[in-house]
Write a protein that binds this ligand. Sequence first.
Ligand code: PLP
Length: 388
Amino acid sequence: MSYLAKNYNRKKISFQKGKGSYLYGYNGTKYLDFVQGIAVNCLGHAHPRLVKEINSQSKKLWHVSNAFEIKEGEELARKLVKRTFADYVMFQNSGAEATELSIKLARRYFYSIGKPQKNRILCIKNSFHGRTIAAIYASGSKKMTEGFGPKVAGFDHFNFGDHKTLKKAISNKTAAIMVEPIMGEGGIKLIPNWCLKGLRKFCDKKKILLIIDEIQTGCSRTGKFFAFEHAKIKPDIVPVAKGLAGGYPIGAVLMTKKIAKAVEPGIHGSTFGGQPLQTKIGSIVMDIISKKSFLDEVKKNSNFFISELNILKKKFPKIIKEVRGRGYLIGLQLYKDQSEFIHHLMQNKLLTIRASENVVRILPPLNVKKNEIKQALKIIDKVCSKYK
Ligand SMILES: *Cc1c(COP(=O)(O)O)cnc(C)c1O
């Protein structure tokens, strides 16, 4: 009997420990974990450096109120600003909180320049920005909002890749466009570079803001620190979370100076956002994942992985429809429902997770070893061979 309410459809396995790319079940079975908390444990399980830093920081200081200056938070913010488009940072605890704050900042910016009527946020239909009451209506998915009315006002939607619906949905009340550069839950659908460039130009022309949700795609997942860097553009506001502290809860919103001008004491707060333990871990993760040599490895090995998966697609043209994604955010789109396939992979000791459109989502840790990738490829090949 489980006393946990049933909001998840959980697989019937649990783990007693993890190390690097592997998880160990209670019966000793070893699994190759290519879920990693859905892109959260970006350095795998129990990374020695992180274990050391958690131990050391936990003996010094965990939590103080944001009423005081927090050196560890200052340090992580400095690293994020030095490495990215941003001029300022605000810390949160989670992804949904970070997207909510991004929405608040877009509205507050227009309020601060005397245009409070510009407060609507334009999003892609069936995107994913989190599960809070505002974030589900931002996502515009029927499934996520069902039974949670009344509808939260202030969100408009356009269809993925459909410029006509985008132009139709925009109005003089639009404050910002918010998109995921690669739709994660939505099926690893990538917005091409030229399209992101076009979106930036469009926002400039309409004098509105561009919010890029990098919660799943960020923190070096695609081979650049942020996925939008592939398109060489600069957004105005970027929510980050998942991988930022390698498995420890954290969220952040990165912003330009222009947006930060609208931030005054008292307009926002978060009890757990920006705490010493959380931001200390984030700082160490940043040091590791933002190094050029680290990113070069991610690029090289993920290109190998994706090209090998494309070879498997050619070998099994009736099973694999498309290999999607970039870096280590990979989607294997199948012709049929993917649940059984994922189950077979799991029986062969490879953990993956679903996404929309029959996609098997594959998210290795960023420091995955090449022989572990080869091992995963073998398992996928084997499951495809037996799959009807
Ligand atoms: C996971 C995710 C979120 C929500 O993050 P939580 O920490 O679960 O609230 C928001 N946006 C994107 C793109 C995500 O992948």
